[in-house]
Design a protein around this ligand. Sequence first.
Ligand SMILES: [Zn+2]
Length: 85
Amino acid sequence: MTVEEFRKQLETPYAWPGGYAIIGITSDGGMICIDCMVKEKENIEDSIKTETNDGWRIVSFDNSSNLDSLEGELTLCDHCSEPIE
Ligand SMILES: [Zn+2]
C-alpha cells in the first residue's frame, strides 16, 4: 500500500457493485471505517510513508460484504467504535 493507492481508494469509498463500504485494514489487524480514514487521512498517510505500525498504517482494503460477522453481531471500527456496514 502506498500513499497514492490510499488516496485513490478514498476517492471511491464504496465498492461497486453493491455499494458496500470500504474498510481499511491496519498492519496490526485492526479495521478502520471510511469516516475515520477520511478524518485521519494525514495520520494514515504519515504512517504509510514512514512505515510506522502505530495502528494507523493501512496495509490493505476490504469491503463490508466480506465481513464474516455472525448474524446480529456487528463489526466495529477500531477507532470510533461505530458499526461498519
Ligand atoms: Zn471509525
